[in-house]
Design a binder for this molecule. Structure first.
Ligand code: PLP
Length: 354
């Protein structure tokens, strides 16, 4: 075993390090044949009578071509939710280990920690919604297995400082997760190109946002083979169904169209930000590298209720520390954004109307 692999081995829960995984018929025979009588499938109703490829090789090839990451460094899950949960199940001993994350951030890290009975330590961001590496590292101890970063972050929308994430990668001995669900909307580069340097880095991306496919439930984790192999060992054998694999292949072949969606949404975001900043009730529109805007207002509850009455739903973040008075607004279609702005004109009243 290489030095890198022993590093990962030593971080694993002992039961996972020892685990003998389920071996499916599709795992044991991978070659070409004409008569498949090995998996107790129904021979009728092709092609959906057959179990799908447990390792989604074709989809990973297409992702590999697009992202420049070799297939053996790619894991596919049922949304990002699955690799987030697998990180806890692989590395964190319930009731013993802990994880560290910035706050405010995406809510699923804490939910997964709670489900897995793992202590969740949050480190409040600074006023600029970025973090100080010293504070994050100070929250960690010898039982800290995972540190979560989300960049661009949710709900603030800003990309975190890459240099500071690298400082944590250099100084922390456990797994560092960088959730890049919104990276396609960002002006900052992805951490994908740093994977060869950092065997304990996990980069999460998803088909749910830029790829417009939240309903499909397909997430990507990129990591060293030591980590990807462990995920493959503990996932449900056929976690990504055949329909999803076919859909993903088709969508990946249309990636030019997806790039246009992203360009349109980024342009809409900038226009929406300018308009929002003009209202008297808006204290601040935070700069965004994502497909949403965090907006500080003089009264988030009143604004939220006003919009709900008009059938427009935004996310009230008033109760989140550092987000007092804030709503989070997703960038919609040009027509949806127009409806929102018309409602905001009405909310602002005749004096503030522009
Ligand atoms: C929306 C979002 C995701 C997407 O999760 P899926 O399970 O892939 O739909 C992941 N991370 C963050 C921070 C998000 O905001």
């Amino acid at each position: 075993m290489t030095h890198m692999e022993t590093d990962i081995q030593n971080l694993l829960r002992p039961n996972i390090a020892r685990l003998e995984p389920y071996s499916s018929a599709r795992n044991e025979f991978k070659g070409e044949a004409s008569v498949f009588l090995d998996a107790n499938e129904n021979p009728l109703n092709p092609p959906y009578n057959r179990y799908p490829d447990p390792l989604q090789r074709q989809v990973k090839e297409a992702i590999s071509d697009l992202k420049g990451v070799a297939p053996e460094h790619i894991f596919l899950g049922v949304g990002s939710d699955e690799p987030i949960d697998l990180l806890f199940r692989a590395f964190c001993r319930p009731g013993v280990d802990n994880v560290v994350a910035i706050a405010p951030t995406y809510g699923m890290y804490r939910v997964c920690a709670d489900i897995n009975d793992v202590e969740y330590r949050s480190v409040l961001l600074e006023d600029d919604f970025d973090f100080r590496p010293g504070k994050v590292l100070a929250a960690a101890d010898e039982n800290t297995k995972l540190i979560f970063f989300c960049s661009p972050n949710n709900p603030a929308g800003n990309a975190l400082s890459a240099d500071r994430i690298i400082e944590v990668l250099d100084r922390f001995g456990g797994i560092v997760v960088v959730d890049e669900a919104y990276i396609d909307f960002s002006s900052q580069p992805s951490f994908l190109h740093r994977l060869p340097q950092y065997p304990r880095l996990v980069v999460l991306q998803t088909f749910s946002k830029a790829w417009g496919s939240a309903a499909v439930r397909l997430g990507m984790a990129f990591a060293s083979t030591g980590i990807v192999d462990v995920f493959n060992k503990i996932k449900y054998p056929y976690n990504i169904n055949q329909l999803t694999q076919e859909y993903a292949l088709s969508l990946l072949s249309r990636h030019g169209e997806v790039r246009q969606w992203v360009q349109q949404l980024v342009a809409e975001r900038e226009q929406l930000a300018r308009r929002l900043a003009g209202y008297g009730f808006v204290r601040r529109v935070y700069p965004s590298d994502a497909n949403f805007l965090l907006v500080r207002t003089d009264d988030a509850r009143r604004l939220y209720d006003f919009l709900v009455d008009r059938g427009i739903i935004v996310r009230n973040r008033d109760s989140v520390t550092l987000c007092e008075g804030c709503v989070r607004i997703t960038v919609g279609t040009p027509a949806e954004n127009r409806v929102l702005l018309e409602a905001l004109d009405a909310y602002a009243g005749p004096i503030q109307k522009q």
